[in-house]
Design a protein around this ligand. Structure first.
Ligand SMILES: C[C@@H](O)[C@H](N)C(=O)O
Ligand SMILES: C[C@@H](O)[C@H](N)C(=O)O
Lengths: 159, 159
C-alpha cells in the first residue's frame, strides 16, 4: 500500500468558514451556495458530516484569504433563510494533501498521514478524501514541519 | 461555469460509519485508521469537520457494505484508546458525485447540484469535495431520481 503515494501537495491560501448548526433538511445547502455562487465567491473545499440528534449539522467551506470578509457578508445577509446558529472563520489554516493514485483503500495512506502528523503534535482540524487523495486542514504554523514529516513517512525524501 | 460539468457518477456499495464525539487532539485520527488499516478494511470516504466548543468532533467514513460489521468490531475493540461516545452506522446510503474538470470554484457547481436535489426533496447527509468533484451521500432510495435530476440540471441529457 505504501508504494502507492506519489506526492504531497499543499495550499497556503485557504481560510475556513463554518456555519454552525444549520437545519438538516433539503434546500439548506442550496440556500448557502446559491448566494455564494451569485456573488462569484471562489469556494474550494466543502465539508459536511451527518447531523446530530437535534437534526442540525455544521457546514465548513474554504475560500481564498482575500474573499473571507465578502463571503461572511453574503452569509450574514441570508442568515434568516439559511438558519445557522453562528458563523465562525479562521484565516491561518493550510490544506495539505497526500496523493495516491490507485489507492484501493484510504485506511493505510490515512494511517501513515495521521500518524506522522500526530507524532509531531499537529492537530487535524478537517479531513476530506477523494479517490486519489487524503486532504487535511491544519494550522499554518505547522506547514513546513508537516511537509517534512509526510515526505519522510512516505519515503519521498529518498533520492 | 455550467459548461464545466462533464458527468455524474455514483457508487451503491457504500455504508457509512460515524464515531460520535471523538476528542479533538493529535493522535486520535491515527488511532482510528491504524487498526482499520491493520485489519485490511477498505475505507473509501473520510469526513471530519472542525470540533465543537467541547473540543470533540464526529468522524465519518465509508466502507463497502460487506465490511461494516468487521469495521465496527475493530472500532469497538479500540473504544477506550479512541474515546468516542457512540458508534453509528447506516447501510442504505449511496455516493453521488458531480465531475467538473477545471472548476475554478465549487460554489456554482454545488449550487446547481444542491438545488436539483432540494427540488426533489432529497436530503444531503454528507458532503465532500476534491479539485474536480463534489460528492454527497444520500439515501439509496433516491438514487435514480437524483441521477435523472442532476443530468437534466447540468444539461447532460441533451444529445
Ligand atoms: C445540511 C444540508 O446539507 C441539508 N441536509 C440539505 O440537504 O440541504
Ligand atoms: C479528531 C482528530 O482528527 C484529531 N484532531 C487528530 O488530529 O487526530
Amino acid at each position: 500500500e505504501q508504494a502507492v503515494v506519489s506526492g504531497v501537495t499543499y495550499s497556503r491560501d485557504e481560510a475556513k468558514i463554518t456555519l454552525r448548526s444549520v437545519p438538516d433538511r433539503p434546500g439548506i445547502a442550496a440556500g448557502i451556495f446559491g448566494p455564494l455562487a451569485e456573488a462569484a465567491i471562489n469556494v474550494d473545499m466543502i465539508v459536511q458530516n451527518i447531523s446530530s440528534k437535534e437534526k442540525t449539522t455544521d457546514l465548513t467551506f474554504t475560500v481564498g484569504r482575500a474573499e473571507v470578509e465578502r463571503a461572511l457578508a453574503v452569509l450574514e445577509k441570508h442568515a434568516e433563510s439559511i438558519g445557522y446558529e453562528e458563523l465562525a472563520s479562521e484565516h491561518n489554516v493550510v490544506k495539505v494533501s497526500v496523493i495516491g493514485v490507485g489507492m484501493r483503500s484510504h485506511a493505510g495512506v490515512a494511517q501513515t498521514m495521521f500518524g506522522a502528523l500526530a507524532e509531531k503534535g499537529i492537530n487535524i482540524e478537517v479531513i476530506t478524501t477523494s479517490e486519489i487523495k487524503v486532504s487535511v486542514l491544519i494550522a499554518e504554523e505547522y506547514l513546513e514541519l508537516a511537509l517534512r514529516s509526510l515526505h519522510s513517512a512516505y519515503g519521498l525524501d529518498k533520492v
